[in-house]
Design a protein around this ligand. Structure first.
Ligand code: FE2
Ligand code: FE2
Length: 330
């Protein structure tokens, strides 16, 4: 295997790429204000200020939209966990430090806008939402833990989790949240929610491009090492909501109704990024890198099979539910 670069060497080699990409981002990122996306007219006081508290009848959102909104918002709420990963693995100097601050500030807008929308429109129970936020943020979430699954087998491997694993993770995670926000917007059946989530999804896309470019540069600088990190992340990938209250129930609803499912994960998130990095065309891997690529390939083949199996199960389940509704109606 080619010599692996240390974390310090990687940060130094990738610093000019980070700088170019911060500048590129600042040029194309659009400033926007969360309050411009909220229908304040629809709001009224809760009981503590003489109004009425939440009642499920007040919500205009369906079950799927509610589950997706809550999952996506709690994910955004957990920004301190993501900030920690980025801040610990990037340096806080120069372009790296600037990006960490800027990215965190941009992400914070997402949670502000979504919470204001839900509280003003009474889309979900604000008390349950607050309780879930307290639990999820108190637990925190370490996205690197998933990749660190390998550390159990190979203790020394834990030290190698660093910038490459973190940029690989956030590349896929930003794209996954983009897909999830976009589809949640459609599921809300409200043009105001759709517009807000389109705006947020556009931010996630720019974030993804930043991380994808850094990781792509890593692939050029240290191909075997970067592919190892990418493969660890792809084969252990968990959506950032893992561990939050009701994640399983909400995740199933979201997958069943096209907010975020295995097909989207494979075809809209994993594959476009791997293609962009030319993972399956490159000729700069050593034999160790070739082996990693085979590992990645067989994982993807299995994922395709799992996707087909999931879709068959989902279709059967949706057909059963439709039949039940028909019977109930007749
Ligand atoms: Fe976000
Ligand atoms: Fe983002």
């Amino acid at each position: 295997m080619a010599r692996e670069l240390t974390q310090l060497e990687l940060l130094k080699e990738l610093a000019p790429v980070a700088e170019d990409n911060v500048n590129r981002h600042l040029k194309i990122a659009k400033d926007w204000n969360p309050h411009d996306y909220i229908p304040w007219d629809e709001g009224k006081n809760y009981a503590a200020l003489g109004g009425v508290d939440y009642d499920p009848e007040q919500s205009q959102l369906g079950e799927v939209a509610k589950a997706a909104m809550i999952t996506n918002l709690l994910t955004e709420d957990n920004l301190p966990s993501y900030h920690r990963v980025i801040a610990e693995n990037f340096s806080m100097d120069s372009a790296w430090g600037h990006w960490v601050g800027r990215w965190t500030a941009e992400e914070n807008r997402h949670g502000i806008a979504m919470r204001d929308y839900l509280v003003v429109t009474r889309g979900v129970d604000p008390v349950a939402l607050e309780e879930a936020r307290m639990i999820h943020m108190t637990n925190g979430y370490d996205p690197m833990l998933a990749a660190a699954g390998r550390a159990d087998e190979l203790e020394e491997y834990a030290d190698e989790l660093g910038i490459l694993h973190s940029v690989a993770y956030v590349t896929f995670q930003e794209l996954a949240t983009r897909v999830s926000h976009r589809n949640t917007g459609k599921a809300c059946n409200d043009p105001i929610a759709d517009r807000m989530l389109q705006r947020i999804a556009a931010d996630e896309n720019l974030h993804m491009i930043f991380y994808r470019n850094i990781c792509g540069a890593g692939m050029d600088i240290s191909p075997d090492q970067t592919l190892r990190a990418v493969t660890d992340i792809v084969t252990n990938f968990q959506m950032p909501g893992a561990g939050m209250p009701n994640f399983r129930r909400h995740g199933v609803l979201m997958a069943k109704h096209g907010i975020y499912d295995l097909r989207q994960h494979l075809e809209e998130v994993i594959m476009p990024v791997l293609r962009k990095w030319k993972v399956f065309e490159r000729e700069d891997f050593t034999s160790a890198g070739e082996q990693t690529r085979e590992e990645l390939s067989s994982f993807l083949e299995q994922l395709e099979k799992d996707t087909i199996r999931f879709e068959e199960m989902r279709d059967r389940s949706l057909a059963r539910e439709a039949k039940k509704r028909e019977q109930q109606a007749s």
